[in-house]
Design a protein around this ligand. Structure first.
Ligand code: ZN
Length: 102
């Protein structure tokens, strides 16, 4: 499953990306379990990509309406990187060596 990051516009596997959704107030919220209904966008869970997406209005484009970004998005993205789910999917990127090396 390949998705495009709305920040850097690079393609990545969806388990490397954080899903975000826009709620009824037009507020972009993190969806770390990728279970929330509605239209979603995908972004690398790092502040550079979030800042880039805000700067270039990629969230509004992805959701096809004006949106603002929840203050929770960035802290949630850093939690997501540390989460068991992300680390299991991305052992190298989470800064952990895979089992069995050395
Ligand atoms: Zn990105």
């Amino acid at each position: 499953m390949i998705r495009t990051c709305v920040g850097c516009r690079q393609k990545a596997y969806r388990n490397e990306l954080l899903r975000v959704v826009a709620d009824s107030e037009g507020c972009v919220q993190p969806d770390p379990h990728a279970t929330m209904p509605g239209r979603g966008a995908w972004i690398h869970p790092r502040s550079e990509c979030i800042a880039q997406a805000i700067k270039t209005s990629q969230f509004a484009r992805a959701f096809r309406r004006p949106v603002r970004v929840s203050d929770e998005l960035e802290p949630s993205a850093s939690n997501f990187v540390r989460s068991a789910r992300f680390r299991a999917n991305n052992p190298m990127k989470a800064g952990r060596e895979p089992m069995g090396t050395r």
